[in-house]
Design a protein around this ligand. Structure first.
Ligand SMILES: [Zn+2]
Length: 560
């Protein structure tokens, strides 16, 4: 049997079932009861909070053979056709793909005809803000003199893009982000009905991943079910969600508040290796420090924080030591850098610079100590730190290590044991998305998996996942590039690299210079590797510290 995604299976069918939008449901119910239904509506609000569901329920309420009624029977032909999306009287139009004047002209021709079996002809136009200006003008003519049997329901995530002339002719309803608690409760009901075993914490994490959208939370829940089956362990959710975001956030802010700059850099490094989006992470960090400041001022009032209980407790403990002034200053720095963080091409470098500044706030370091640190770094460099290749995140070896005795000192791993201990530290990066993606392909498409295995992850940037194959794998390269194979691979890549991810398959000629052997399987030319290493912030920092320093050799890590 085909698996029906939760959001569709659990789509609300009555006004009372729509989660978090009780205010809209109440107004619509009353209007129907009093027979004062408007002829055009505009539903606005964030994605995935129930706008289209509410529109369909309204359509059903109006066209049910027992209606118009706030409680459609769900049994008559009209109700069933609307639920199934086959009603001839209810047309759903995607504004994003039908945005032109021709589509609206056609619509204007069609509205003249009477409904076939319902009381009304109902047009639901989703993402209506996407219509062109000409299309809006054409639409306006219909809205000015609507035939009595026509109802328009517009839905949009961007109300400000709707012309005022249109707005003034619609009854507007604002849909809200759904509170975490309500999403968690809804997921709990679904889990119960679907016989899914999952802890409260797991549910809360999944709910939080929806960020106010029930649909998004449901789709994460779908992923968790296909990933772990009907018994979902916390560790499954953690792996799937890459709770890295949240985990790194708390780790980083703890280190920051203890002024451990070196540890902060190390955490950022590991976060980067684990695939954190630095710009997104910065936003989370901003929110986190805003929460810390809030908690310092008003205390941990759950009503003020839309976060899980565990997170609230941890926030409270982090906010205990620093003064309000310190928290305020830290938040100020983050706010001041926000705009440039948004624009920068080097988000990681920018994040590091900002964090180091924050960690050194209020801190004056004696000159002797600085000299001592430089000696430490010099010693470390003599022992030869290797530059990361950048292309293989797992290979990244965080080059700095906090010494337990002195929170602020920068010390490089001195011995082999030192480095090992360092790798086994508590924030071992989880398997990268690439590895998990390959595991998922192996699970679902064994044949493709063996081919994909020969490929190398190059990058995932702006929705394009680039995979390279080298000369020896020409056949595999051609095979993977076949349209249907690409489509399957892209489909499976979504949970790991984003909903809209596209695949780019590259063929790399291996160059024959002596670096080749050392490049491992990254498929990068030695020139690229060299450039990447030179751009690394720590290498840059070494240049700053040691005038006239030069890079003699770059030895990339072997991928293991
Ligand atoms: Zn009915």
């Amino acid at each position: 049997m085909e698996y029906l995604v939760l959001a569709r299976k659990w789509r609300p069918q009555t006004f009372t079932e729509v989660v978090g939008q009780e205010h809209v449901a109440r107004t619509l119910t009353n209007a129907i009861r009093q027979n004062r239904v408007a002829h055009s509506f505009i539903f606005s609000g964030p994605r995935g909070v129930g706008k289209t569901s509410m529109a369909r329920i309204l359509a059903k309420a109006l066209n049910c053979t027992t209606g118009p009624t706030p409680t459609p029977c769900q049994k008559c032909d009209n109700c069933r056709e609307i639920t199934a999306g086959t009603s001839l009287d209810v047309r759903e139009i995607d504004g994003a793909s039908n945005r032109g004047i021709d589509e609206i002209r056609e619509l204007r021709e069609n509205v003249k005809f009477s409904p076939t079996s319902g009381h009304y002809k109902i047009y639901i136009i989703d993402e209506v803000h996407m219509l062109t200006r000409e299309a809006f003008n054409a639409l306006l003519k219909t809205l000015e003199e609507p035939p009595g049997h026509v109802i328009f329901i517009f839905a949009t995530t961007e109300l400000h893009k709707i012309p005022a002339t249109i707005l003034s002719r619609c009854q507007a309803h604002d849909f809200r982000m759904i509170p975490l608690k309500q999403i968690t409760e809804t997921l709990r009901e679904i889990a119960k009905a679907e016989n899914i075993a999952i802890s409260d914490a797991g549910l809360a994490w999944i709910a939080a991943a929806g960020r106010g959208s029930l649909r998004d939370a449901q789709s994460v829940f779908d992923q968790a079910i296909s990933y772990a089956g009907s018994e979902i362990k916390d560790s499954d959710v953690e792996e799937l969600l890459c709770l890295t975001d949240r985990r790194f956030l708390f780790l980083l802010s703890a280190a920051l508040l203890q002024k451990q700059a070196a540890r902060c850099l190390k955490i950022i490094n590991e976060g980067y290796a684990a695939g954190l989006d630095m710009k997104h992470f910065y936003q989370l960090l901003l929110e986190h420090f805003r929460n810390l400041l809030f908690i310092k001022i008003v205390g941990p009032d759950p009503a003020l924080f839309d976060i899980t209980g565990d997170d609230l407790a941890e926030l409270q403990s982090q906010a205990a030591n620093p003064s309000r002034e310190t928290l305020q200053r830290l938040l100020d720095i983050l706010l001041a850098e926000e705009e440039s963080m948004r624009r920068t091409q080097e988000p990681r470098l920018h994040l590091e610079a900002t964090i180091v500044r924050m960690a050194h706030l209020e801190e004056l370091i004696p000159l002797e100590e600085i000299l001592g640190r430089m000696e430490n770094i010099e010693r470390g460099l003599q022992r030869g730190i290797t530059a990361p290749t950048g292309a293989a995140p797992e290979g990244l070896n965080p080059p700095v290590k906090p010494s337990p005795a002195d929170n602020t000192s920068v010390a490089l791993p001195q011995t082999k044991e030192d480095r090992l201990e360092y790798q086994a530290s508590e924030i071992t990066p989880p398997a990268s998305n690439w590895e998990r993606y390959k595991a998922a392909v192996k699970k679902h498409r064994r044949g493709l998996a063996s081919n994909l295995d020969k490929g190398n992850f190059v990058s995932c940037h702006e929705g394009v996942l680039t995979i390279s194959f080298t000369e020896g794998d020409r056949f595999t390269f051609e095979y993977v590039r076949e349209k249907e194979h690409l489509a399957s691979l892209a489909e499976l890549a979504r949970p790991f690299f984003g909903e809209d991810v596209r695949l780019k398959i590259e063929f790399v000629k291996v160059d024959t210079d002596e670096q080749t052997g050392k490049n491992g399987s990254t498929g990068k030319s030695s020139q690229e590797v060299r450039q990447e290493a030179l751009n690394h912030p720590l290498v840059q920092k070494a240049f700053d510290l040691f005038e006239g320093a030069e890079v003699r050799d770059i030895i990339p890590h072997k991928n293991t």
